[in-house]
Design a protein around this ligand. Sequence first.
Ligand SMILES: C[S@@+](CC[C@H](N)C(=O)[O-])C[C@H]1O[C@@H](n2cnc3c(N)ncnc32)[C@H](O)[C@@H]1O
Length: 428
Amino acid sequence: MSDYIEPQNPIGTVSELFAGVGGFRIGLSRSGWKTSFSNQWEPSTKTQHASSVYSARFGDEGHTNEDIAVVLDEYISGKRVIPKTTMVVGGFPCQDYSVAKTLSSSAGLKGKKGVLWWEILRLVEANRPPIVFLENVDRLLKSPASQRGRDFAIMLASMSDAGYFVEWRVINAAEYGFPQRRKRVFIVAKDVSVFGRPQISEPATFLDSESTIAKALPVKSIPTGSLVSEFQLEGDLSELTANFDLGGKFSPFKKCGYMVNRHVFTSDVSAAEQNLGSLGSVLLPDEEVPSEYFVSEEQLPNWKYLKGAKREERTHKASGTKYFYAEGSMAFPDLQSNPSRTILTGEGGSSASRFKHIIQTKDGRFRRLVPIELERLNGFPDNWTSTGNNGEIISDVKRAFFMGNALVVGVVERIGKQLADDWSLVNV
Ligand SMILES: C[S@@+](CC[C@H](N)C(=O)[O-])C[C@H]1O[C@@H](n2cnc3c(N)ncnc32)[C@H](O)[C@@H]1O
């Protein structure tokens, strides 16, 4: 756990929202950034385990454990201080960002209460960080089903209206040598009044070699003049809510893109590196794994059934209608020579499951992954989540939940390094 070192001569400062157990902070500290403000609050539980782990590892200074909406209300009304930092970062929930017409007013359009994108935007508007760096599930680019891509369009338009240039890319961490297949969209926004308008001669070249994310995580070249589509985000946020991609079957947002002055350029792209990491590289010796992680002979058929292909007749509980349920098979056991599948929040606990990882040991037994192995799959230091700020032991189920919510810190580190270079060019 001693792997965390706060940079002594930081390149700049960071506010970490939706901090969880600090994945952004670890990755950014390794690329020279110092986090001076953080917020983490779990609405669904009384005990605040993630925040407790966060302050145990990083200390309490600058950390808040309250609903971000309340913290910002107090900040904006002058009752508390949130420091201005070079960057605002966070991995926030993918929700419905729609805006109702009636909310249109001179004070600006504001989304529904409890929708956390609007909290990020409030802090961005109040503190005007030169850089905003966000992470989300890739579904953000496609939601909602009735208007594919509308929520991302609203997000981009609101950042454009706030004076930011935005780029994004869907990154599968496994393609860059990390041991987990984890596909997430990373979004970098820069204040145009600080960085200037980006000088882009050719959209394909910008996307495959000049953007911050392409420099950090190289991609194969996009043939000039092809594959990039472009469109304008028209109307205010309520008009975008009502009209964006109505009836469209596919989101217009592809795997990477950028937006300047509400004009979007987007393309599909693939990683230049195919340097796959492996699940096997994070495993503890079997003799260090507690016995409860091994699957008993009695439980094994249940695991095999859940992981296996099936087509079976089932009855709908409410209506009594009969239907066929079918699904394909999952790898069983998980291949140690390949990157792992994505860790989900339900990874912990001994009950059999289709989605939890199971490996086979050299002596032929089957076992689940222990918390340290899950931490390693995300690039966290060993035992990062083992205790809270009063020394309390965090349960293995919670530790797995944290890792299901977290991110691959090495991806943040690589983008953080490029952002450090970008920032040093304007911060002279
Ligand atoms: C996807 S997780 C981010 C995980 C983080 N990047 C990490 O490395 O652990 C989102 C976090 O937002 C927190 N959250 C949800 N609603 C919140 C709110 N209203 N205020 C503050 N934090 C909130 C959740 O408890 C969760 O830890």
